[in-house]
Design a protein around this ligand. Structure first.
Ligand SMILES: Cc1cc2nc3c(=O)[nH]c(=O)nc-3n(C[C@H](O)[C@H](O)[C@H](O)COP(=O)(O)OP(=O)(O)OC[C@H]3O[C@@H](n4cnc5c(N)ncnc54)[C@H](O)[C@@H]3O)c2cc1C
Length: 416
C-alpha cells in the first residue's frame, strides 16, 4: 500500500475503512541470514537498508517489547550535522543528507522539518571554537553560519540578552538541521522493511547467544532458539547487558536521560536552540509544546525514568536562557536509557565473535544518526566492509588509544 494525497482524500470520504496495519506480526522462522537484535531506530533502519539498498533477504528484527518503545520514541527529535572531528562530521553530514530524502525513500510522513539549529556562545573562546567547528562543517559539505549578538537578537528577541549571568555573544547556525517526528521514523522504517519481507518480531527478547568455535550460530530468545548466519546488535541502553551474554565487556555505561514538554503554546520558537553556558536544548513541537532536555541524570541505571534534581537543573538552564519559560506549565517528562561511550562517539563494528556485529555508544545523539547508522551497519553486515564515513567507529579504538573525543572531555560520559 502506497500513501498519497489522493489516498488520504479517498479514505476520508469513505470512513477510513481501507487502512491496513503497517506491518505483519509473523511468527519467527527457525533460521535467518540476518538477525537484528533491537527494534529501535537503528535496528529498523539497518533491516530496511539490508533489504532495500544491499538487496539481502531472510532478515528478522527481534524486539523485546514493541517497535519504537525505546529511545527512538523518547528523544527530543533534533537532527543536525554540526560536528568538528573528521571521524564524525562526514558521518553526520551523510545522515543529514539521508534525512533530506527519507520521506521519499520511505513513502512515509516522518515530519522532517529543516527549521535550523542555533548553538549559542557566551564568550570569546567559545566563539573561536564555534568558528573552527563551522569551518570544519563547511569543509565536509555541510552548511554553517556564524551570527553575532545582533543576528541572534533578530531571530529570537525574547532570549535573555541584557541581564544574563552568561551574556549571549552570538551563535553558530545550521539552517539545514531541525527536527523529525521520532516514532514516525521508526514506523516508516518498519513499514518499508516489512514490505520488503523482513520479519519484525515483537515481544521477543534475546536472552543469550549460541556460540561455537568462536562463531555465532544464532540467538536464544523467549520464543526459542533462532538460527542466524550473522547477528547485528542495536539495543542502545541495553548494549552492556546484551553483549555480556556473548561474553563481551563494552566501554559503555548506561544512563538515564530525561526529556520534558510544556503545555501547548502559540508559536514562539521556530527553530532549535542550544544554550552554550549549560546543558539545555529546546524546540517547539507542531502541537505547540516546548520540548527540551539537558544532562543525563549522572548515575548508572537501567530504569527508564529520572529524578527530580535533574529536572531542577534542566529548568534552571531554561530559565537562564529564556526567563519567559517560567510562565509555562510542564505537561510531561520521561526518561530513556542511553548508551554512553567513553569518548562520546559510537561503535559500528565487528566483535571478536565471528558473525556478531555491534552498533552502540550513541550517547545523547543517536537519533540524528539513524539513517546513516542503518546504512553503515547494513553495509558492514552485508559486505564486511565498513562504510567510509563510519570506518573510525571501531570497538578496539579505546584499547588502541584512538579516541574520537569531540569535546576533549575524556572518559566522562555526562560531558559528551
Ligand atoms: C530523552 C532523550 C532525548 C534524546 N534526544 C535526542 C535528540 O534530540 N537528537 C538525537 O540525535 N538523539 C537524541 N537522543 C538519543 C537517541 O534517542 C538514541 O541515541 C537512539 O534512539 C538510540 O538508538 P535506537 O533508536 O536504536 O534505540 P532504541 O529505540 O532504544 O532501541 C533499542 C531497542 O532494543 C530493544 N532491546 C533491548 N534489549 C533487548 C533484548 N535483550 N532483546 C531484544 N530487544 C532488546 C529495546 O527494547 C529497544 O526497543 C535522545 C535520547 C533520550 C533518551
Amino acid at each position: 500500500m502506497r500513501f498519497s494525497g489522493l489516498r488520504v482524500i479517498g479514505e476520508a470520504l469513505t470512513g477510513h475503512r481501507g487502512w491496513k496495519p503497517l506491518w505483519r506480526s509473523p511468527d519467527p522462522q527457525p533460521a535467518y541470514d540476518y538477525v537484528i537484535v533491537g527494534g529501535g531506530g537503528h535496528g529498523l533502519a539497518t533491516a530496511w537498508h539490508l533489504a532495500h539498498v544491499f538487496r539481502q533477504s531472510r532478515i528478522a528484527v527481534l524486539e523485546k517489547g514493541w517497535l519504537g518503545q525505546g529511545n527512538v520514541g523518547r528523544n527530543t527529535t533534533i537532527i543536525r550535522s554540526n560536528y568538528l572531528l573528521p571521524s564524525n562530521q562526514p558521518f553526520y553530514e551523510f545522515a543529514l543528507q539521508r534525512w533530506e530524502r527519507l520521506e521519499q525513500d520511505l513513502n512515509f510522513n516522518a515530519m522532517v522539518s529543516q527549521r535550523g539549529i542555533l548553538n549559542l556562545f557566551h564568550s570569546d573562546a567559545q566563539r573561536d571554537a564555534f568558528r573552527r567547528r563551522g569551518n570544519a562543517m563547511i569543509l565536509s559539505g555541510a552548511d554553517a553560519e556564524l551570527l553575532d549578538c545582533d543576528g541572534v537578537r533578530r531571530m529570537y528577541p525574547w532570549l535573555n540578552f541584557d541581564h544574563a549571568r552568561f551574556p549571549i555573544r552570538g551563535g553558530l547556525l545550521q539552517r539545514r538541521a531541525g527536527t523529525a517526528r521520532h516514532d514516525g521514523v521508526a514506523w516508516g522504517y518498519a513499514r518499508g522493511a516489512d514490505q520488503a519481507g523482513v520479519d519484525l518480531i515483537q515481544n521477543c527478547a534475546v536472552t543469550g547467544f549460541r556460540i561455537a568455535g568462536g562463531r555465532v550460530l544464532g540467538v536464544e530468545t523467549v520464543r526459542g532458539f533462532i538460527g542466524a548466519r550473522k547477528v547485528g546488535v542495536a539495543v542502545a541502553g541495553a548494549s552492556g547487558q546484551v553483549m555480556a551474554m556473548a561474553g563481551l565487556r563494552l566501554p559503555i555505561e548506561s544512563h538515564v536521560l530525561q526529556a520534558f514538554v510544556t503545555e501547548g503554546l502559540k508559536p514562539v520558537l521556530d527553530g532549535v536552540i542550544t544554550f552554550g553556558a549549560g546543558h539545555f536544548y529546546i524546540s517547539q513541537s507542531d502541537k505547540g509544546g516546548l520540548v527540551f532536555g539537558g544532562d543525563i541524570d549522572g548515575y548508572n541505571s537501567y530504569a527508564q525514568r529520572g529524578n527530580l534534581p535533574t529536572v531542577e537543573d534542566v529548568v534552571e538552564g531554561g530559565m537562564a536562557l529564556m526567563p519567559a519559560i517560567g510562565r509555562a506549565r510542564l505537561l510531561r517528562s520521561w526518561g530513556g536509557l542511553v548508551d554512553m561511550s567513553m569518548d562520546g562517539s559510537p561503535i559500528i563494528d565487528r566483535t571478536p565473535v565471528e558473525g556478531l556485529y555491534l552498533n552502540a555508544g550513541w550517547c545523547y545523539g543517536g537519533f540524528k544518526a539513524t539513517p546513516a547508522s542503518g546504512y553503515a551497519f547494513a553495509q558492514l553486515l552485508a559486505t564486511d566492509n565498513p562504510h567510509p564515513t563510519a570506518a573510525a567507529y571501531r570497538l578496539d579504538r579505546f584499547a588502541r588509544g584512538l579516541m574520537i573525543d569531540e569535546k576533549g572531555a575524556g572518559a566522562t560520559p555526562n560531558l559528551h
